[in-house]
Design a protein around this ligand. Structure first.
Ligand code: NAD
Ligand code: UPG
Length: 485
């Protein structure tokens, strides 16, 4: 099949590359000239595991091309994917300017070229209920000549960043929203090779498909948030959220996934999609109360490590001047360079505003972080610099924060980390370490929703870990605040 993908970001580039890998002829379109030039030169613009091999093969075998010219891609296409941004507008609703702008342009081109034949236009972006109808109206507004046939389909995307290629190549399900049998048949043919393992292609109307995407993300965000609140309570009552997770995750009605407590969800999807669904409900006169709570709790959760850090390191005015804080992890999750809504950034802003010297390391997301803070500068008297390795970031630090659970952070040489730190204080926002192991290794340790056993204390003079026989219990107050003696 001949496919055009409009918008060559995380979804468009992964989707286009994977469609090409499956033998389709794909043209990816973007208005960002630098991005298109980079891709035309055979270089990827995002980091996504497994993408490079398919990308290089697609280009080498001439099944994958890139252009800034929409007409070039549209003319031969049987199926046209709109993989455009839908960022939050000021009121939280999804901003449809990119989607409707491109629909309008497609309408112009189809009206001027009725001989281009039947097209299936696919909303791949996450868009509110009613958008398929609005895209149809935007295309038809150009008074299409008779003989121009098109259908608009809602085909939401469920891929996760960091596992995007795997998710796209073997989706657990494909949702197709259309009332046109002809479009349904085309979409079915296109996706059949991706669901050979027997996973379903689920056909429904456009509105239900649009709602399915928001419902999925909102439920997942709610599940995480629920566990974060359970963790916050575990901290207060002395229970261990990891045990609770295993205890409930084995109930098949609950399932083991998405039950990991931490410093909140980030990314380009959950925050904006929960907000947009909340907004849609409000526009319909319905107050979707759970969603409001999810958003509020998540904002607080991103800062859950701030009070314990301040309690241990700040002066009486809450200042962190002269303190060095290492941050491991900048991406909103592992295996991606995406830093949109990353909890690490919230913490960095907070520490820098209080005068700290922050030293950060991430295996993939330093450049994207640099770009973000260049666009939206940090405020305050502190500083941020980037280290070349996790060890270099920790060296000389008064505290280490783990903000993203990259595999390489899970099994470092703990002795080396401890020796190099000024004070061996670890705040683990993703529960990557075993509390007992950290204590044994001589760290003062705090994680999310898990009690720290026999905690380590520091020698007031030298800041060195005390000998095991001198260890006295490290104080964690009722509110979960950790204090050095
Ligand atoms: N990122 C994800 O994991 C993910 C997963 C599922 C669904 N989605 C949804 O998919 C959509 C796209 O998300 P993304 O993360 O790929 O966005 P992105 O910001 O990474 O990419 C969007 C691309 O569209 C391009 N663009 C903007 N206007 C254009 C125009 N007029 N013509 C051509 N190109 C244009 C931009 O230059 C950019 O390259 C959003 O609605 C998002 O909610 C994202
Ligand atoms: O148990 C968990 C699972 C995830 N997270 C956090 O949740 C966020 C989102 O993670 P994930 O869902 O894995 O990544 P995304 O790439 O944002 O993917 C989500 O958003 C995409 C865009 O809509 C959808 O396509 C995916 O199905 C949906 O999982 C990240 O900050 C994670 O750290 C947790 O805190 N605990």
């Amino acid at each position: 099949m001949n496919i055009a993908v409009i918008g060559t970001g995380y979804v468009g580039l992964v989707g286009g590359t994977c469609f090409a890998e499956m033998g389709n002829q794909v043209t990816c379109v973007d208005i960002d000239v630098d991005k298109v030039t980079t891709l035309q030169n055979g270089r990827l613009t995002i980091y996504e595991p497994g993408l490079e091999v398919f990308f290089e093969r697609g280009i080498r075998e001439n099944r994958l091309t890139f252009t800034t010219d929409l007409a070039d891609a549209l003319e031969p296409a049987d199926v046209v994917f709109l993989a455009l941004p839908t960022p939050p507008a000021e009121d939280g609703s999804a901003d449809l300017q990119y989607v409707l702008g491109v629909a309008d342009h497609i309408g112009q081109l189809l009206a001027a070229n009725p001989h281009w034949g039947y097209k299936v236009l696919v909303d791949k972006s996450t868009v509110p209920v009613g958008t398929a109808a609005r895209v149809t109206a935007a295309v038809e507004a150009h008074g299409l000549a008779s003989g121009v046939h098109f259908d608009v389909v809602s085909n939401p995307e469920f891929l996760r960043e960091g596992a995007a290629v795997e998710d796209f190549m073997k989706p657990e399900r494909v949702v197709i929203g259309t009332s046109s049998p002809r479009a349904a048949e085309t979409m079915h043919r296109l996706y059949q090779p991706f669901v050979r393992s027997g996973n379903p292609i689920i056909l429904m109307d456009e509105a239900s498909a649009e709602m399915t995407k928001y419902a999925a993300n909102a439920l997942l965000a709610t599940k995480i948030t629920f566990m974060n609140e359970i963790a916050n309570l575990c901290d207060r009552v002395g229970a261990d959220v990891d045990h609770v997770r295993r205890g409930i995750g084995t109930d098949s009605r609950i399932g083991p996934k998405f039950l990991y407590a931490g410093i909140g969800f980030g990314g380009s999807c959950f925050p904006k999609d929960v907000q947009a669904l909340h907004r849609t409900a409000r526009e319909e006169g319905y107050e979707f109360r759970i969603l409001k709570s999810v958003l509020d709790v998540n904002e607080d959760q991103k800062k859950t490590l701030v009070p314990p850090v301040l309690d241990t390191l700040a002066d009486a005015r809450g200042r962190l001047d002269g303190r060095r804080i290492a941050v491991w992890g900048l991406a909103f999750k592992p295996h991606t360079d995406d830093v949109r809504e990353a909890p690490a950034h919230v913490l960095i802003r907070e520490f820098v505003s209080r005068g700290a010297e922050v030293v950060a390391f991430d295996p993939e997301a330093i450049e994207t972080t640099r770009a973000t803070f260049a666009r939206e500068p940090l405020a305050g008297t502190g500083t941020l610099r980037y280290a070349e390795s996790a060890y270099a970031a920790a060296s000389g630090a008064d505290a280490l924060i783990v903000a993203t659970e990259w595999p390489e952070f899970r099994r470092p040489d703990l002795g080396r980390v401890r020796e190099s730190m000024r004070t061996p204080l670890v705040f683990d926002g993703r529960n990557v370490f075993e509390p007992a192991q950290m204590v044994e290794a001589g760290f003062a340790y705090r994680s999310i929703g898990r009690p720290t056993p026999e905690a380590c204390t520091l020698d007031a003079e030298t800041s060195a870990p005390l000998a095991p026989e001198a260890l006295s219990s490290f104080t964690i107050s009722e509110t979960g605040v950790l204090t050095l003696p």
